[in-house]
Design a protein around this ligand. Sequence first.
Ligand SMILES: [Zn+2]
Length: 290
Amino acid sequence: MPIGEWFKKENKRAPADQTLTKRAIPDGVWEKCLGCNEPIFIKELERNLMVCSKCDYHFPLSAYERIYHLADPNSFEELWEDLCSEDPLCFIGKKAYMDSLVEAKNKTGLNDAVICGRAGIGGRKVAIGVMDFRFIGGSMGSVVGEKITRMVELATDEKLPIITVSSSGGARMQEGMISLMQMAKTSTAVARHSKSGLPYISVLSHPTSGGVTASFSTLADIIIAEPKAFIGFAGPRVIEQTIKQKLPKDFQTAEFNLTHGMVDMIVNRLDMKRTIMRLLDYLEPSGVVE
Ligand SMILES: [Zn+2]
């Protein structure tokens, strides 16, 4: 399935409601829930960290929104924000890679699909990396891999715990082999951090797949998923065609991954910060407190 279809698929899954046309909802006041199809007052949705109070559907968040919800006020210090992808293969697919980069930058105001830096969480200093799905499907190319690696290395040098929040369609194929190398690079950095005895908590949001699932995001000490998030490597259709078997209905959901040991906890976004604070207290009782 093309990366751009991820959220459209959610939309299709929602029950059709003939009485609620798009025109009946004034722009900017109401949002139609992709989970239960009910209209929600946007202010209420924002107060609820973009979680539907009727059906618990977790709307996607930008990287900065997530950092705003997780980090202590004014504690986030962004690093390496100027790093930009080159176009090493001069790749032209459906469109030129350079055009996709310019379009994504204009749409999001970001330079690539991850934001990294230092932050405080519950008064404890951490290194944090948060992905943004809006930037070419949160794909991991040279910049995402480099920023995650630098952030992990900084955490190792400064003896900080790591928090990452992933949302990704996988490796950025427009960068070919260079994007695939990021899996080994980030994994090696995480292994060195782990050998130093420092904690790493990874949050998987909808969707986390491909090369990000296959590298840093599932190498944490504690892996948390948001409810109903898609978590997998290849798409279900590709797997079915390969193994020639029908897959279980809830295959590759956060819940399925929890049952099968790939995920440690499923945590509602409203409880996420509190849960991370509690885990950090447990994993690193003598951590750096600001
Ligand atoms: Zn809903």
